[in-house]
Design a protein around this ligand. Structure first.
Ligand SMILES: NC(=O)c1ccc[n+]([C@@H]2O[C@H](COP(=O)([O-])OP(=O)(O)OC[C@H]3O[C@@H](n4cnc5c(N)ncnc54)[C@H](O)[C@@H]3O)[C@@H](O)[C@H]2O)c1
Ligand SMILES: *[C@@H]1O[C@H](CO)[C@@H](O)[C@H](O)[C@H]1NC(C)=O
Ligand SMILES: *[C@@H]1O[C@H](CO)[C@@H](O)[C@H](O)[C@H]1NC(C)=O
Length: 321
């Protein structure tokens, strides 16, 4: 038995994200105990994980070195919190995105675990200093924000509480790397973390361009999928600038040259950006209608498109490896 097989991670909350985390940790050879406060829910989640692991194995997309059956044998489901936390060195919370729920979960979790156990939250937008307000030892607290679906989209944003000690950030980073995720460290907390701040900047400008009648909903999405997105799966905005300048540039190569050539142009365009959109009223109605004409918003159409998304992401994550 390898060392990691002796180590236990508790997943608190067995919804969409709890199940995904369980699968990611299982693929790294960790024992996973999954808990939900709704009785029977953790068991249902475990059965769902079993099904998904088998399907992934059949599709040759299973992560990790061991079989679906071996990975599943490391999973247990619990209706009792104390039992679910017993022996864990790391706790990943995945309950509803409600401040009060997370606060009380962490308060209770802390009363059941030893002092060196790391307390980690999956929150998408609540700040660590709010979530962990009732934890006594905040030095061990961190946000590990996954991207849906975490099995194919490997980024995890690690966001410290102001009191989090460096060793907790480093241990979490090492754990996430070991299970095959791609952790990015934030040095301090900020609303939206990094991913959503960038995402909202993209959404806001796309929205303004459609609202102002400059481009259609369909075509602004093409700008991303057939343009920027082609690069961004492999090189980020910083490297894009660094690589973009011509080889023999007088000001030297790379980013420095890019800035010299393009900074005025960038600033001119950026200063023409409009205010934060309302995302409501007439403009929202019109844009929603245009979107629904492309993809009707009934359950069936949306599920089909979500399945397509997950299939494509699966292929892309394979390609990136
Ligand atoms: N869904 C996403 O795309 C996504 C992406 C990144 C992060 N997140 C974050 O992950 C967290 C979970 O999201 P989700 O989509 O899995 O939600 P979900 O509603 O699918 O699952 C939440 C689960 O937590 C359980 N639960 C609620 N309160 C609990 C408690 N006090 N103790 C134990 N279990 C409890 C519920 O019974 C449910 O099974 C949220 O903080 C969310 O913001 C979600
Ligand atoms: C589980 O906890 C949530 C808060 O996170 C609460 O709203 C819900 O009522 C609880 N469910 C049960 C069955 O206790
Ligand atoms: C607080 O947590 C840190 C990090 O896990 C741990 O090293 C330390 O011993 C804890 N302190 C107390 C007083 O429990």
């Amino acid at each position: 038995m390898s060392l990691s097989e002796e180590r236990i991670i508790s997943v608190i909350g067995s919804g969409l994200i709890g199940r995904s985390w369980a699968m990611v940790f299982l693929s790294g050879g960790y024992r996973v105990k999954i808990y939900d406060n709704q009785s029977g829910q953790a068991l249902k989640a475990a059965q769902e994980v079993r099904k998904q692991l088998d399907e992934l194995q059949q599709a040759h997309m299973l992560r990790g070195d061991s079989s679906a059956a071996e990975q599943f044998s490391l999973l247990s489901s619990h209706d009792d919190l104390a039992q679910a936390l017993e022996g864990a060195f790391f706790v990943q919370e995945c309950v509803f995105e409600e401040l009060e729920a997370k606060r009380s979960v962490f308060q209770e979790v802390e009363s059941h675990v030893g002092e060196s156990v790391i307390l980690s939250s999956s929150t998408s937008c609540l700040l660590p200093s709010h979530i962990f307000s009732r934890v006594q030892n905040k030095t061990r607290c961190i946000v590990s924000h996954p991207v849906n679906p975490p099995y194919y989209v490997r980024l995890v944003e690690l966001v410290p509480h102001p009191e989090t000690v460096p060793v907790v950030m480093e241990s979490t980073h090492a754990l996430m790397t070991r299970v095959g995720q791609s952790p990015a460290r934030l040095r301090k907390e900020v609303d939206g973390f990094a991913l959503n701040r960038v995402q909202y900047a993209v959404i806001a400008e796309s929205w303004r361009l459609v609202k102002e009648g400059i481009i259609s909903v369909q075509d602004i999405d093409l700008v991303m999928t057939e343009g920027l997105g082609m690069r961004y799966a492999f090189i980020g905005p910083m490297e894009t600038m660094h690589l973009n300048a011509p080889e023999e540039a007088p000001a030297g190569k790379g980013l420095g040259d890019y800035l010299q050539r393009y900074k005025d142009g960038m600033r001119k365009v950026l200063s023409s950006f409009g205010p934060v959109p309302e995302f409501s009223g007439e403009e929202a109605k019109a844009i929603t209608q245009e979107m629904c004409e492309l993809i009707p918003n009934d359950q069936q159409h949306l599920s089909t498109r979500r399945e397509r998304r997950d299939q494509l992401l699966m292929g892309l994550s394979k390609l990136k490896k």
